[in-house]
Design a binder for this molecule. Sequence first.
Ligand SMILES: NC(=O)c1ccc[n+]([C@@H]2O[C@H](COP(=O)([O-])OP(=O)(O)OC[C@H]3O[C@@H](n4cnc5c(N)ncnc54)[C@H](OP(=O)(O)O)[C@@H]3O)[C@@H](O)[C@H]2O)c1
Length: 307
Amino acid sequence: MGTLPFGSVVDDPTSFALLDRFVERGGTFVDTANCYCFWRDGSDGGDSERLVGRWLADRGLRDEITVATKIGALPSGDGEWPGNREGLAAATIRTAVAGSLRRLGRDTIDLLYGHIDDPATPLEESTKAFAQLVSDGLVDEIGMSNQSARRFARARDIAHGAGLPAFTAIQQRHTYLAPAPKADFDYQVALDDTMLTYAAAHRDVTVLAYSSLLNGAYAGSKPVPPEYRHDATVAALRVLGDVAREVGATPGQVVYAWMLQGTPMIVPLVGVSTLAQLDEALDAVDLKLSDEHLQRLDAVRTPTTGA
Ligand SMILES: NC(=O)c1ccc[n+]([C@@H]2O[C@H](COP(=O)([O-])OP(=O)(O)OC[C@H]3O[C@@H](n4cnc5c(N)ncnc54)[C@H](OP(=O)(O)O)[C@@H]3O)[C@@H](O)[C@H]2O)c1
C-alpha cells in the first residue's frame, strides 16, 4: 500500500480509514518515504512517515505491519530539486534513517531504499552504509529505487564481495503500457527488460512497481501521460479493455493481475485516495488471468517503431 499522499493531500481521517481497511482485508506492507510530500506548501517532507507512525501507534500495530521507507530524495540546501536532494553519502544515510525512525515511532525499519540514484557518491560508500544499518539492527532489508540494472547489480556484487548484506528489493516505475522509446521520466527510472532478467536470475531480489495505474488513466479519470503515447498505445488499451470485459474486471485490476502473474512476479504499490479505489485494487489479488490472456496482453504493449 503506497502512502505518498497520506497526511497531506489525503487528510488524517481518510488516511486512517484507508489503512484500517487495508489491514482488515489482510494487507501487511506499507510503502512511504522521508520526502512525501515536500512539494506541498509548508511541508518538511515528513508528512507520510508521520501519518504512518501515528496510525501504527494508535492502532497498536507497530510490530504487525511491514514498513518500507526511502531516503535520499529529500531536498537539502539551495538549488532546484532533484539536484539539491540529500543524496546517499554515508553520513547522510545515518542522519536520514534516524529521522525516519523517529517519525515512524519504531526502532527498526523493515525495508529501507535509496530513493534516487546518487552518482556523486561512490556506489561502494552507499552500499556499505546501507549494509551497516542491517548489521546494526536498524534495518532488516535494503533496496534501491530509480536505479539502473547495471548499478543495482554492481552494488550487490560489492556487498557480496565484502561479505555484507546486499540489496534485495528494487522499486521502479512500471505499468502495463510500455513507455515510448524516448520517454523522459527525469529522475524516475522505468522497469526494463535488463532489470527483469536480472531479477529472474536472482531469486532473492523482489521487484516492486509504482505508478502502475498511471494516476487513474486506465479508468479514464486522467489522460494517458505523454510518455506512454506511441504507436502501440491504442491497440494495447483496446486489448486491456477486451480482457477486462472477458474476466469481469476493470482495466486497472487487469494491470495489477498481469504484474502479479508475471515472471518474475512484480509487486504493485497500490495508489489510492478512496475506500472504493482501495477495494477495487485489493480485489485484483484474486483475479486470475489465463495464459492466453497474458499472451494477448504481452503481444501488443510495446512500441513497434521509435515513434
Ligand atoms: N519510488 C518512487 O520514486 C515512487 C514514485 C511514485 C510513487 N511511489 C510509491 O508508489 C505508490 C503509488 O504511486 P502512485 O500514486 O503514483 O500510483 P498510481 O497507481 O499511478 O496512482 C494512484 C492514483 O490513481 C487514482 N486511482 C486509483 N484507483 C483508481 C480507480 N479505481 N479509478 C480511478 N482512479 C484511480 C487515484 O487518483 P486520485 O487520488 O486523483 O483519485 C490514486 O491516487 C505511492 O503511494 C508511493 O508509495 C514511489
